[in-house]
Each structure stands twice: as C-alpha cells, then as structure tokens.
Design a protein around this ligand. Structure first.
Ligand code: PMP
Length: 310
C-alpha cells in the first residue's frame, strides 16, 4: 500500500530539483500543525501517448482545498497543470502517480502563519502499481468497518484534501491492518457509511449502484465522479443515499474507488462475504469501462485524458 521509489526530479516552487536535494527545514509549519493540502492522481500510457487522468479537476480540487484554509497557492490552475506535465515529462516515466503538495513552510512557530507567509509547492511523481494489490483488483479485498468515525461535520472538513485529515485515515488503516483486513471503512458520526481511509465506497443491490452523499463526511472523489458517469453511460442507475452499516453486509457487490485504488472490488466486510465473495459482474463491467479509457476501448466522451505533451 505504500511505495518508496525514487525518480530524477521534484518540481519545487517552479524549479526542477534533483530528488535528493528537495528538502525542507524541521521547523516547517506543516510538520508541526498539519498545514498542507495535496492531491494524488495517476498518469497512464495510452495508444496516444502518456496522459494525466482528470488533471484539471485534481488541480482545481487542490486550489479549493487551499481556499478553505486561506492558503494562497501562488500558481494558477493552468500553471499547476503545466507543472504536473513537466514533472512527468522530465522524469521520463510513462505511467505512475503524481503527488502535488502545497504547504506552509518555515515561517516561525505559532498556528497562525504571518499574512505574507510564502506557500511552498512541490510536485513529485513515482511509478505505482495497484494500491490495494494486483490480486485484489481481480479477487477483491477484505475490509473491516472501523471503530473510528470519520471527521464530524464542522470540525475538520472532509471536503478538503488536507494533510491533517490523514491522521483519521491512519487510525482507520492501522486498525484494519491490526484486525487482518486490507483496508478499513469508516462511518460518519451518525453511523452512516462515510468512506475508506483513502477511497470512496460503492455498493450494488438488485442492479442499482449506491454511494453515500457528500454530506456523510467524505472526500468528493474524482474517481467516484467517474464511476457515477461511467455507470450512467452503461445504463446502470446510481443513487446517492445515506447507507446504514448493515447494507454493506447485504449488498450483492461492494467496491472502493480512488485515484490510487482505481476500482477495487471488496470480497468481504467484517468477515462476512459480500455476494459471491469475489469480484461481482457490475464491478467488473465498471473496471473494464474505466481501464478501457487508457487502452482506447472506452471513448473519452468527457475529455478526462490530459496529454503530457500538448
Ligand atoms: N477519500 C479519501 C479520504 C481519499 O484520500 C481519497 C483519495 N484521494 C478518496 C476518497 C478518493 O478520491 P479520488 O477518487 O479523487 O482520488
């Protein structure tokens, strides 16, 4: 689930810096107070060259996350998109994962940074295979419902992808691992399904796809949006509804989505088999539609593929 890879360069405040020289000071504000916002997105090799998947939407979400925290990223949407393309190009890899991160740097101690604090921005790229394992993509993974709830509304916003939110994700995934599961799923403070530690969750019952609405303490995932659009395109009904825990046990199929996790089937929840205990037919259909975007089998009707060489 984690990757330790090294590539040639990190884009660091507009410069291409050799990987080993891209460093920050230990008094970095973000290290002390979690004051960072970030993105995670994939680039794929396609018959028409390397593309970044939904680049503009990811960079817009980065700017939105920063806006919530009054973090002024000193780059425009277009500049951030070009910076991602450049980082992919200059590292010379054809497929992998991109990590753009904006954070408050070494601006002195105290939670409230000075008004003129410069915001640091980095973009790293790494080669990265299936987040929850190659086998999991076919057979499904075992998940457990966490004893930790996802962040309550009006505490730390789950609609922002901020560094600090991932303390909640760490608790959820640590517990899942401790209990022998590949991933943990959290409920919101009302007890309804929220999300995985780094994925949105879908379930299928009687041919209808259900997913929790964004009011249930979750990140509005970009892959979640893709799946909803691909499903509609395939003529499958999608409903955004509050989902009680037991619906996961009674579902015909469950799967999780994320830029890292892509579309990962779930084979069991809390040790109870989901459906036939393996990848279900609708999940497989959606995986085929999704991965078809990158081998040319699914038409990119939505303009989601952003070429790194324009
Ligand atoms: N929820 C959380 C907590 C996440 O970290 C992610 C991964 N970014 C997602 C959902 C899925 O979002 P996306 O599909 O945009 O990657």
């Amino acid at each position: 689930m984690s990757v330790k890879a090294t590539t040639k360069y990190i884009w660091f405040n507009g410069e291409m810096v050799p990987w080993n020289e891209a460093k920050v000071h230990v008094m970095t504000h973000a290290l002390h107070y979690g004051t960072s916002v970030f993105e995670g997105l994939r680039f794929y090799k396609t018959p028409n060259g390397t593309i970044i998947f939904r680049l503009r939407e990811h960079m817009q979400r980065l700017l939105n996350s920063a806006h919530i925290y009054r973090i002024n990223i000193p780059y425009t949407l277009d500049e951030l998109c070009e910076a991602c393309c450049k980082t992919v190009r200059e590292n010379g890899i054809e497929a992998g994962y991109i990590r753009p991160l904006a954070f408050i740097g070494d601006v002195g101690l105290g939670v409230k940074p000075p008004a003129d604090a410069k915001i640091e921005v980095i973009i790293g790229v790494v080669p990265w295979g299936a987040y929850l394992g190659e086998e999991g993509m076919k057979k499904g993974v075992a998940v457990g419902v966490s004893s930790w709830n996802r962040l309550a509304p009006n505490t730390i916003p789950t609609g922002a992808k901020a560094g600090g939110n991932y303390l909640s994700s760490l608790l959820i995934s640590n517990e899942a691992k401790q209990n022998g599961y590949t991933e943990g799923i959290a409920l919101d403070v009302q007890g309804f399904l929220a999300e995985g530690s780094g994925e949105n969750v879908f379930l299928i019952k009687d041919g209808v796809i259900y997913t929790a609405p964004i009011t249930c303490s979750l990140l509005p995932g970009i892959t979640r949006d893709c799946v909803m659009k691909l499903a509609k395109d395939l003529g499958i009904e999608v409903r955004e509804e509050r989902i009680p825990r037991e619906a996961l046990y009674l579902a015909d199929e469950v799967f999780m989505t994320g830029s890292a996790a892509e579309i990962t089937p779930v084979s069991s929840v809390d040790g109870l088999s989901v459906g036939c205990g393996a990848r279900g037919p609708i999940t497989e259909k959606l995986q085929n539609a999704f991965f078809g975007l990158f081998n040319g089998k699914t038409e990119d009707k939505w303009n989601w593929l952003y070429p790194v060489n324009k």
